[in-house]
Design a protein around this ligand. Structure first.
Ligand SMILES: [Zn+2]
Length: 59
């Protein structure tokens, strides 16, 4: 089984059911950034990305 990176928007403290996983961390982060912008109207900056990295789990 290849390892994957997994992200739950709930882990960011959001009331949101968005989940994403990808074998490539960069691709996952790009997807999360898009979601943050579209769904939460968040500015994708360094601070947000730090939180995102923290919330990403290896599964
Ligand atoms: Zn979300």
């Amino acid at each position: 089984m290849p390892k994957k990176y997994s992200f739950n928007c709930k882990d960011m403290g959001m009331d949101c059911d968005f989940k994403a996983e990808n074998e490539k961390k960069d691709a996952l982060i790009a997807k999360i950034g898009e979601h943050a912008k579209k769904a939460h109207n968040l500015e994708v900056n360094e601070e947000l990305m730090k939180k995102v990295e923290h919330a990403i789990k290896k599964v």
